[in-house]
Design a protein around this ligand. Structure first.
Ligand code: PMP
Length: 398
């Protein structure tokens, strides 16, 4: 039965991690997968997470199933983080949140919900976007289109072209926005540009789907929510897929959420029952541990302030690495201008390195970056910076 099945191509990001694991070079550097590293190059468990886990070990008294949508306390904490705890949408019961396995789980449930209840909709993603977006949406049979985003020459947001492409999106379609820290470019709209985009969404009548995987990695927890909060002033409906993989370092606990905002409480409740159905046929109900940790932290003053400090220090370290990277390349005699990297946000930047240069970094220098030239800046450290920049200088001068 299986003899006709061809092997699938390696995943562009996780496949790279497999190759990295197999590389025996002791000086190998992984700037592929989006995982935060500290100054020692490790991805440790946050102190706030450890402390919350200790409490859970003592207090947890059952491993019985959660409900399809997860625990109420978690779902309320997520809404407060997304909208701000006093937002009118919460008071009016216009939003419902389902706890999902990671941000990917949220996107997958959103995709099924869209396919089933907005069957004519095309979903539009930025060009470029996270490598898994197209695949997740296509896997449920959705049409995926792309809108202009990046000016590869200027290394900036091509806002005029973005507006022009989104002006072509018809009423009833869905447009995916990266809430902050755009993956892979590291370039986000400004507050004023978010406003223009929100007005355009309202005029065109498309549904915004916010993918919010890096809250707190850009400018701060509140600041990073500006895009989706600006939209909510203009558009009465929205889907939000958020992830706690990065900002809590809970990658392998698979903790995220899908939130639906509707025009009225009644519409939100009805639509949410359909979201629950999509979850039920996918994984039945979510895994408990990661969300219990997040809830413990978000609802306890001491743990929350510890977490916010840890998050700020991750954010600041990445920013420091951006500056150090640009300066070290210059010190190594690289003439090409990389200063744009210090102006970008979040874990990633598009380096502009060509596929050949990326291949040479891997083959000749054991440095792993995604084929598109996307760098995980959060994988750089003071210890690997010299080696990294020397290797980049070498491939650029080839
Ligand atoms: N969206 C974007 C833009 C991402 O970068 C990621 C993680 N790399 C996700 C969603 C998925 O997050 P998770 O690991 O929580 O599934």
């Amino acid at each position: 039965m299986f003899e006709h099945i061809q092997a699938a191509p390696a995943d562009p990001i996780l496949g790279l991690s497999d190759a990295f694991r197999q590389d025996t070079n002791p000086n190998k550097i992984n700037l592929g997968v989006g995982v935060y590293k500290d100054e020692q190059g490790a991805t440790p468990i946050l102190k706030s997470v450890k402390q919350a886990e200790e409490r859970l070990v003592d207090d947890e008294n059952t491993k019985s199933y959660l409900s399809i949508e997860g625990e109420k306390a978690y779902r309320s904490a997520v809404k407060a983080l997304l909208f701000g705890k006093d937002h009118d949408i919460i008071a009016k019961n216009r939003a419902h949140t389902a706890h999902t396995p990671g941000g990917t789980g949220a996107l997958r449930v959103a995709a099924e919900f869209i396919k089933k209840h907005l069957p004519e909709a095309t979903i539009w993603v930025s060009n470029p976007t996270w490598a898994n977006h197209q695949a997740v949406f296509q896997s449920v049979g959705l049409e995926v289109g792309s809108y202009a985003y990046y000016d590869a020459n200027a290394k900036t947001l091509d806002f005029e072209s973005m507006l022009a492409s989104l002006s072509q999106v018809p009423e009833g379609d869905v447009v995916l926005f990266h809430g902050c820290c755009h993956n892979p470019t590291g370039i986000d709209p400004t507050p004023a540009q978010w406003q223009q985009l929100a007005k355009l969404a309202s005029k065109q009548g498309f549904l915004p789907l916010f993918d919010f995987a890096y809250q707190g990695f850009g400018n701060g927890l509140e600041e990073d929510a500006i895009g989706l909060r600006t939209f909510l002033e203009e558009t009465p409906e929205m889907l939000i897929a958020n992830s706690f993989s990065k900002n809590f370092g809970l990658y392998n606990e698979r903790v995220g959420a899908l939130t639906i905002v509707a025009e009225t409480a009644e519409q939100a409740s009805a639509a949410f029952t359909q979201i629950k159905r999509c979850a039920r046929t996918n994984y039945s109900n979510p895994p408990s541990h990661g969300a219990a940790v997040v809830t413990e932290i978000l609802t306890d003053d001491q743990l929350r302030s510890l977490w916010e400090m840890e998050l700020a220090s991750m954010r600041q370290r990445i920013q420091e690495m951006r500056t150090l990277f640009v300066n070290t390349l210059r010190a190594k005699g690289v003439e090409q201008d990389f200063s744009f990297i210090s102006k970008q946000q979040g874990m990633f930047s598009f380096s502009g390195l060509t596929p050949d240069q990326v291949a040479s970094l891997k083959e000749d220098h054991a440095i792993y970056i995604v084929g598109s030239g996307r760098l995980n800046v959060a994988g750089m450290t003071k210890n690997n910076m010299e080696q990294l920049c020397e290797a980049i200088a070498a491939v650029l001068s080839k």
